[in-house]
Design a binder for this molecule. Structure first.
Ligand SMILES: NC(=O)c1ccc[n+]([C@@H]2O[C@H](COP(=O)([O-])OP(=O)(O)OC[C@H]3O[C@@H](n4cnc5c(N)ncnc54)[C@H](OP(=O)(O)O)[C@@H]3O)[C@@H](O)[C@H]2O)c1
Length: 286
């Protein structure tokens, strides 16, 4: 265990797993933060060692309260089911919980489905809290996330979290009820897109392509088309029209796809995931 520094570190992760490592890596690579500005706590020695290796210079410990005391932004990166235990272990309500310089940290939760009100009720009154809904492509710097401010969080708090999330992709500030829609679209969306890639590849295999080639062509086609939408600023409809000539191959494919109802299947998937997020959030409120 490394000794705590005298001055506050910038970012402290409670839970040093996959998302914490991805976010910390993004901060180091894109935001120019140094490992010395980052701390992480985790009960699992192997996870701590992996984090220390990924983020050289970071303070790594098994003591959550040490991270909370020594960081100005505390990121809760544990699974939702252990959140209550993790919050209790931060000791933010105790006399030394405010940290060595007297200030209290901004608390940022990336746990799926845990409402701001619940988080605030498990932290000392007046704690600045921000809730983020990230997605797995954060792990490769291509995340899409949404975030909402808690009742005591300031505009400046929002800006610093936004800067952090932009280091691993794009992000949007939304009112908290819309985080369910973010969960349904970009949170669960990677799984929907994996199904699309899988099905495209299967189509290629049926057309006689070897599996490795079909898999790569399918994934790269989805990545390339997404990049066209993001970078050219044209709507998907306009880009689709541009590659669909009368009597051509694409039109034949689109007609077959519409007949099978891909559009309505994907809309139903986002709707079902959003509803499920709403149900799970309501359970945590109760
Ligand atoms: N992965 C995603 O794509 C994704 C997307 C959106 C949101 N999220 C959210 O991100 C959060 C983290 O997900 P993840 O995939 O990074 O999980 P993860 O890899 O399992 O990392 C969580 C880590 O927290 C540790 N931990 C457990 N209890 C703890 C405690 N009391 N104090 C400190 N650390 C503790 C776990 O150790 P043990 O393994 O020993 O329990 C584990 O190493 C989750 O809340 C998830 O809902 C993830």
């Amino acid at each position: 265990m490394t000794k705590p520094p005298m001055t506050k570190l910038k970012y402290g992760f409670i839970g040093a797993g996959r998302m914490a490592t991805a976010l910390a890596g993004g901060l180091v690579e894109s935001e120019g933060a140094s490992g010395q500005q980052i701390a992480a706590s985790d009960p699992d020695k192997a996870i701590r060692e992996a984090f220390a290796q990924a983020i050289p210079g970071a303070l790594v410990t098994d003591d959550n309260a040490q991270v909370a005391r020594n960081c100005s932004v505390v990121l809760l990166a544990v699974k939702p089911q252990v959140m209550e235990t993790a919050l209790a272990s931060l000791a933010l309500a105790s006399s030394d919980g405010a940290g060595s310089d007297g200030s209290r940290p901004l608390v940022v939760s990336i746990a799926a489905g845990i409402p701001l009100r619940w988080l605030e009720s498990h932290l000392p009154p007046g704690t600045r809290v921000i809730r983020v809904m990230p997605n797995t492509p954060c792990l490769v710097g291509q995340g899409a996330s949404g975030y909402s401010l808690g009742s005591a969080a300031t505009v400046a708090d929002g800006q610093s979290v936004e800067q952090m999330l932009q280091a691993v992709g794009m992000t949007f500030k939304v009112p908290e009820p819309l985080l369910d829609g973010v969960t349904g679209l970009s949170g669960s969306g990677p799984a929907f897109v994996y199904s699309v890639i899988e099905a495209l590849a299967e189509g290629g295999i049926e057309a006689g392509l070897p599996k490795e080639i079909a898999d790569s062509l399918a994934a790269q086609t989805v990545a390339g088309a997404a990049k066209m939408v993001l970078e050219m600023g044209d709507s998907p409809a306009k880009l689709r029209d541009a590659v669909t000539s009368p009597g051509g191959t694409t039109l034949a494919g689109l007609q077959a796809m519409e007949q099978k109802g891909l559009g309505s299947a994907l809309r139903a998937a986002v709707r079902a995931a959003t509803l499920r997020a709403r149900e799970l959030g309501a359970k945590d409120e109760g």
